[in-house]
Write a protein of this length. Structure first.
Length: 600
């Protein structure tokens, strides 16, 4: 965890390079809007609804949910309960699965609102990461501070000078020194040994074509003709391939032949090297700074997408490998990665032949601090741990991974890409949350042997993965089902109105409105001059479909058109709200696919 609030002044002596770091005009920094904050959508959503909102997190023992508010927000528990339930439900698919706020919620009064801290962090982000020695940056809701991770304490002075120049109050900052971050890959490994160092399906399936791939299995990118980088398959998924479903899997970009670059390199599974697919999407880094003068490269996630060769393998959609012995956590030795002996059998990594699968039946785009998560790594096996920090920017090898989550999940070299999920013993299925990609360490002083203490593992949550790879489905939500069409059924002539489709299920849905109006998104807007049916057909990539209609009566005495239907009712547990995909994920310029049966 980060150290407590540090009372530090500006150092008397500062390294010349740090002292002369350029500072943007404070007025420019002050104009940052909430749209560019780079924070968790879950927290931003709550900040819009709860007066004086300072953050939300579970107590460290996983008990009550704490709602932090300023004095102005006192007495907000009722609003917070409804808002949290609705916000979390909106981030969890299927949306028909209402996620209720826990019964035990407590209020805590804090100094600063979440938006105050987030705006100051946004001002700091670009110039801060331009300084040497900066490792991480986050809004710590539990401390109600901006948490800065540094390689050593000598960088503190430069950070304090920068903060003062940007108008960031000194008392808002908290520091963690002597920290470093390392990617969780087995660097330069040759071959893909089928040994205890890999969760592999060798005990389950023959080495024949059409092998079934699952999250948690070993997978490796071909670096050269004879060299591979063993990592972990995060999760299998379905994407749109020119109107047809294509099986893919997600793993860590830094495991690929060239990270953050579409190299189309081959990926293999098991031994001898069995090519199962090739990289199909791995976006480059961006200059995400907000200040044109900075040298600041970033990426939303450390994720790449690999297309599976259907002639070589199939995917187990919504399936994770399950190890023998159940959920165990025996690999948290606390030693430095280089000192880990993969043959000491601390980790249970053999697939359970009697019960080889953990089912995934939902996915969530963000996490809450101190909640418990699970991970399935090819080296460290099945482990669990709390979320230590949400939405932390972390710099590794010159690239900042934005809004990553720091967890207690133990990780070892080769665990990169490992699936991270939410699961409670006794549950019939799990919820996919993201993938693991790096570990954070703290240097121990006056140390001769194991001089790094494991702090935690970073994950890219699904919300960040989607920003880079587009929406990928980690499970099959079933065929599309139109719950209802929301909008006026009686209007005055030629009045512009909006109708919205509430739909659940389906992978990559396609909307087609017909009758009195036409359109190709989840909502349609227009004028209706004569009474008639507004019809809707929803299809998905598997050609599964559902249909519904609403009869609209047009009359002079109808009383105009009600307002925009808006979202679902958060207080109604049976109302799943609207699936907000009114804009196609490929962009508004993407041409709608014409209906094969016009007029339906």
């Amino acid at each position: 965890m980060f150290a407590g609030l540090a009372s530090v002044g500006v150092a008397a002596c500062i390294d010349d390079d740090l002292a002369e770091a350029p500072v943007p005009d404070a007025d420019v920094a002050a104009r940052l809007s909430t749209e560019g904050l780079g924070e968790s959508e879950l927290l931003l959503d709550l900040a819009r609804q709860i007066e004086g909102f300072g953050g939300i997190y579970y107590e460290p023992d996983g008990g009550r949910l704490v709602v932090a508010v300023t004095e102005e927000g006192r007495g907000s528990l009722g609003v917070a309960r409804v808002a949290f339930s609705a916000a979390l439900r909106a981030e969890t698919s299927p949306v028909s699965s209402a996620v209720a706020a826990p019964a035990a919620m407590v209020e805590r009064v804090v100094e600063h609102t979440f938006l105050e801290l987030a705006q100051h962090r946004a001002r700091l982000r670009a110039p801060l990461f331009a300084l040497p020695g900066v490792v991480s940056l986050a809004v710590d809701e539990e401390l109600n501070r901006i948490a800065v991770g540094l390689e050593d304490s000598t960088s503190r002075g430069a950070v304090m000078v920068l903060a003062a120049d940007l108008g960031v109050p000194e008392e808002m900052l908290s520091f963690s020194d002597e920290v470093s971050v390392k990617l969780s890959r087995a660097v330069g490994a040759a071959g893909i040994g089928e040994s205890r160092s890999a969760i592999s399906p060798h005990t389950l399936q023959d080495r024949i074509a059409r092998r079934r791939l699952r999250g948690g299995y070993q997978v490796a990118a071909s670096i050269t003709d004879t060299t591979y980088t063993p990592c972990t398959m995060g999760f299998t998924a379905i994407v749109d391939d020119n109107g047809a479903p294509k099986g893919v899997f997600v793993s860590a970009s830094h495991c690929s032949k060239r990270e953050f670059e579409l190299d189309r390199g081959a990926w293999s599974q098991n031994a001898p090297p069995w090519e199962v697919g090739a990289e199909v999407k791995d976006p480059p880094v961006n200059r995400c700074d907000g200040f044109l003068w900075t040298e600041y490269d970033c990426r939303h996630s450390d994720a790449t997408l690999v297309g599976v060769d259907a002639a070589e393998a199939t995917i187990g959609l919504g399936e994770l490998a399950k190890t023998e012995g159940g959920n165990v956590f025996r690999c948290n030795s606390g030693n430095d990665d280089e000192d880990y002996d993969a043959d000491n059998e601390e980790c249970v990594i053999d697939v359970d032949t009697d019960d080889p699968v953990i089912k995934i039946d939902a996915q969530r785009t963000s996490v809450v601090k101190n909640e418990l998560l699970q991970k399935m790594g090819r080296v460290s096996g099945w482990a669990w741990g709390r979320v230590l920090e949400t939405c932390e920017d972390v710099e590794i090898d010159g690239v900042t991974r934005l809004c990553s989550d720091l967890t207690e999940l133990n990780t070892k070299p080769g665990d990169s890409g490992a699936p991270v999920f939410s699961w409670t013993p006794g549950d019939s299925a799990a919820t996919m949350v993201g993938i693991s990609f790096a570990s954070k360490h703290k240097r121990l002083k006056k140390c001769l042997l194991f001089c790094k203490e494991f702090v935690g593992a970073y994950i890219s949550n699904l919300g960040q993965v989607w920003k880079d790879l587009g929406r990928v489905w980690a499970y099959d939500p079933g065929p599309p089902r139109i719950l209802r069409i929301v909008g006026p059924s009686t209007i005055t002539p030629d009045t512009e109105c909006t109708w919205v489709a509430r739909v659940s299920g389906g992978i990559e849905r396609r909307y087609e409105w017909s009758g009195v109006l036409t359109g190709y998104f989840s909502r349609v807007r227009g004028t209706v001059s004569e009474s008639g049916y507004l019809k809707l057909t929803v299809r998905d990539l598997f050609a599964r479909s559902d249909q519904d209609s609403l009869y609209i009566t047009v009359g002079d005495d109808a009383g105009g058109c009600p307002g925009d239907p808006g979202g679902g009712d958060a207080e109604d547990p049976d109302d799943p709200g609207i699936v907000d995909d009114s804009d196609d994920p490929r962009g508004p310029e993407y041409p709608p696919r014409p209906s094969p049966r016009p007029g339906r």
